[in-house]
Design a protein around this ligand. Structure first.
Ligand SMILES: [Zn+2]
Length: 179
């Protein structure tokens, strides 16, 4: 897959303060997304949330965006407060959860499939190979990084795709959408 002008460079040019592309070369940005267009919407939501989380004087740089093992990988670095970092971790957790149930080709609801050793998230139309069955009672439960004030921990959370939010956070959740 060659780097080219596409929805990917449109995303980069829409969020230059996150991607920091070289002048006139959005396709050369480190965060050039290596995934298909079905995940464009969730990446736009993610970048919008990160921009909203940043306080005056704070800046981040997206280091890498890619699909791996049917999931989204999103790496960044920056100089931000612990509170901002928690909001960014939360935004990434939402995007990761959404990627796990969104067809990477078309953006419709999807599930994990395995095709010759390759894992992918696809709708029924774009699926190849065999469905990777969800564990009983674990439908729409995603093991994600859960933001805490001290950083994050790994925890199971139930993701509501319609509402694009976690629905079983409980009263101890330190981060919400107030940002
Ligand atoms: Zn699809």
């Amino acid at each position: 897959m060659a780097r080219e002008r596409s929805w990917r460079t449109e995303l980069i040019e829409r969020f230059p303060d996150l991607f920091h592309p070289p002048e006139g070369q959005p396709e050369a940005a480190a965060g050039y997304p290596w995934c298909e267009e079905g995940w464009r919407d969730l990446l736009e939501r993610l970048c919008t949330r990160i921009e909203a989380a940043l306080q005056q004087g704070e800046t981040i740089r997206i280091a890498q965006i890619k699909e791996k093992f049917a999931g989204l990988r999103f790496y960044w670095h920056g100089d931000v407060s612990p509170g901002t970092a928690s909001r960014i971790h939360e935004a990434i957790a939402l995007a990761e959860a959404r990627a796990e149930c969104t067809c990477e080709q078309c953006g419709e609801a999807g599930q994990a499939y395995r095709h010759g050793g390759i894992y992918m998230t696809r709708c029924a139309v774009h699926a190849k190979g065999t469905l990777v069955p969800a564990e009983p009672d674990r439908d729409n439960v995603h093991i994600v990084r859960r933001a805490t004030l001290g950083g994050y921990r790994i925890a199971p959370r139930r993701y509501d795709r319609e509402a694009d939010r976690f629905i079983d956070d409980g009263p101890t959740s330190p981060v919400n959408e107030e940002a």
